[in-house]
Structure formats: C-alpha cells, structure tokens
Design a protein around this ligand. Structure first.
Ligand SMILES: Cc1ncc(COP(=O)(O)O)c(C=O)c1O
Length: 390
C-alpha cells in the first residue's frame, strides 16, 4: 500500500531519467566526493582522534541528549573555543550538520517583516531554512552584484505582496563563498561593501571554502579579511575536514540567540564525543598538512589541461576544488558518467532538477591526493566524449 500520488511522482522521476538511487561504494578513482584533502581516510587523523579521546579520559560513546539537556559534554567547549580562535570569530556554535545549521539560522534569525535576499543558486539547506522563516525572501541573479543592488535599492512598498517594512526591519543577504554545484565564488569584498551601504546583514556559507582557501584553509572570508563585515559564517566538517557536523561563526549575541531559538539546534541529540574529537584533530591537521598546497597544484594542473584540450568553453570558471562541465540533458550526462566509470573514474552527473534543465553537468571534485596523470587522463577522456555526439 503506497499512496498513488507519491507513486506518480516517482514515475515522473523515472520518465525524466532523474530517479535518485543509493549507490554502493566502489574502488574507482574518486573525482566525486568532497574529501578534498584526503582527511576522511587519513590514518594520522584516525589515530590522533583516538589518542585525544584517551587523553581527555573519555570512554563513553553517545551524547545522551540535546545540548540543552544532558548532551553538552566537555569537548563542545574545547572544540568551540578552537573554532572561534582558528576562524577569528567572537563565537562558534556547533550543529550536527551543515544542513541543520542552515535550517537552524534561517528559520529563526530573519523575523516577520524582514527581507532575505539570496543568490538564485543557493544550497537546498538554506532554501529550506528560508521556507521555515516568517520573512519575505527574494532571489537575486547568481553572483550578480548589480541585481543584488537593485533589490536592496527597491523600496519595500514596491515589492509585490510585501507587508509594511519599517525602519526597524532587517535585510539579510545570503551567499556561498564557493558554490557547491558551480564551484565559482561571488565578489565578497564588493558584496560586503554593498551590504554595509544598505545596512544589510551578510551571511556566507563556507562549506566548500574551508580547507581550500585562506591561511591553513580557514576559508574565503578570512582570506579576504572580511570577518568583521560578515554577520554569520557557516563552516562544515563533512567536506574538506573529512568528518561530520558544522558550526555557525558570529557574535556572542548571535550564539546566545541561536541557543535559545534555533530549533534544529535545540531539539536534537548532540554529536558524539568521537565526532567532536575527530573535528578537533582534523583542525590540528589543517595547520600541519601539505595537502592544501597539493590541492592547489592539482587545481592549477586541471585548469591547464582544460585549456590544453580546448575544453574551456564547456567549463564554469572556477579556482576552487569544484569544476563543472556543462552537458545538456540528463540522458547524455548520465551516459558520460557511465563511460567514465568504465574507464575507472567516479565522476558524478548532476541532473535536473538539482540544477536547471539544460544546465546538467559533470562535476569534477579535485583532491590533493589525485595524481597529475589521473587528472590528465580524465580530461583526455572528456575530450573524446564531448566530441562524440551521444
Ligand atoms: C553549500 C552547502 N551548504 C551546506 C551543506 C550541508 O552540509 P552537511 O553536508 O554538513 O549537511 C552542503 C552540503 O552539500 C553544501 O554544499
């Protein structure tokens, strides 16, 4: 017994060749995961995590409850202090994941009468948070500062369906420092100046910038010295940090507010001590590792090979670890991904509706531990595939 309406939705997905399915792990060369620095498989981090737990005399497994009840074990303070000092922020508040952090902040910070302006390509977790908020939300064109300015300059009364917006109401602008499905970045310096001019609060999701940009991979906001100009940053630990969880970086007042009003923070069991020890160890490894440099060398090599193979018109310009080759159509992009699998490479097709129709793509996630040969081989393969018409 399964509701007909739901079955129809599944059938629709199948008809569009867009049905999502859980895969199995494989031994293909990984151009698909977010393990940019190889931390998820690092033996050093694994062993140091265990050593840290022993050193802290922690011999239990679970947090036992929400942080506001029984779950606020001592590692939380240790790791939040480390995060605020490493990321040069007054405070840090750990969430169970980036998804939870985004839902948590956007659902409770913007109030009724406030306005949220978000980049049209913003991550689903931010969209979901916005949906739960009582503020009005408007999208601006991707990385398009003039469009953002037009929205900021527009009188509230001119917005269709808007309530009376008084001086007391706030405007929040939200973007990602590296876009997850495009790999590109906004001009954060100008964006922060625009926000300042319009008294808007800027929130930046740094999920794909931590571990990649800035000194010791501290993120793009820190690289550009914008810590004081940003209202909140979201950093996540499931990508370059190779672990799990996230934190919101901001003022002490923001932290206090979130602890009181952020439902995805309050109504959930806290992270295990092991996860926090793992995050702690991964941050220490960030300071020591040579892998950030290796990753940037691989990014430069990839970009060089794209040009050498005459593929630049297929790619979205990016300096990050994410490089996307636009190939229109779910069928074609899936077929190409399959061809890569046959050659030993795991490269994920990004299908519509995750990205707009006709902007389907192959997403290459570059890692520090890729060999130059693998990168060259993969782009040679791509050249053959794009010149054939599938
Ligand atoms: C930009 C961005 N923000 C947030 C998230 C969610 O982070 P997490 O995987 O920790 O839930 C992701 C993950 O896909 C992301 O790409």
């Amino acid at each position: 017994m399964f509701p007909k309406k739901l079955q129809q939705k599944l059938e629709e997905r199948k008809a569009n060749n867009a049905l999502r399915q859980l895969g199995t792990q494989n031994n293909l060369t990984d151009f698909s995961s977010n393990d940019y620095l190889g931390f998820s498989k690092s033996k050093t981090i694994f062993n140091n995590t265990h050593a840290f737990l022993t050193e802290q005399n922690i011999t239990y497994n679970g947090a036992t409850g929400s942080r506001l009840l029984s779950g606020n074990h001592p590692l939380y303070n240790i790791v939040e202090s480390l995060l605020s000092s490493f990321h040069n922020s007054e405070s840090a508040l750990i969430y169970n994941s980036g998804y939870n952090a985004n839902v948590g902040i956007f659902s409770c910070v913007p109030q009724r009468g406030d306005i949220i302006l978000y980049d049209e390509y913003i991550h689903a977790s931010i969209r979901d948070g916005i949906k739960l908020s009582h503020a009005k939300a408007y999208k601006f064109k991707h990385n398009h500062l003039e469009d953002l300015e037009c929205h900021l300059a527009r009188p509230p009364a001119g917005r269709s369906g808007s309530q009376e917006v008084s001086q007391k109401n706030n405007i929040y602008v939200v973007t990602e420092s590296v876009f997850s499905m495009d790999g590109d970045s906004p001009d954060l310096i100008t964006m922060s100046q625009i926000c300042k001019t319009h008294n808007a609060y800027l929130i930046v999701d740094e999920a794909h910038a931590v571990g990649i940009f800035g000194e010791h991979g501290a993120g793009l906001v820190q690289h550009l010295k914008l810590e004081k100009d940003v209202f909140a940053r979201i950093v996540t630990f499931g990508k370059a940090m190779g672990s799990h969880g996230a934190a919101i970086l901001g003022s002490d007042s923001l932290k206090q507010y979130l602890v009181n009003f952020s439902r995805s923070f309050i109504y959930t069991t806290a992270l295990t001590p092991h996860t926090l020890a793992n995050i702690h160890t991964a941050y220490h490894e960030l300071i020591l590792t040579e892998n950030i440099k290796k990753l940037h060398k691989n990014i430069a090599h990839f970009k060089g090979e794209v040009i050498k193979n005459g593929l630049q018109n297929y790619f979205i310009a990016s300096d990050s670890a994410i490089h996307c080759c636009i190939i229109s159509g779910n069928d074609t992009v899936k077929l190409m991904s399959q061809k890569f699998q046959e050659q030993g490479f795991n490269i994920k097709p990004i299908l519509s509706p995750t990205v707009p129709k006709e902007h389907e793509r192959l997403r290459f996630c570059l890692h520090a531990l890729h060999s130059k040969e693998d990168i060259s081989k993969v782009l040679k393969g791509l050249t053959t595939f794009v010149t054939k018409s599938y």
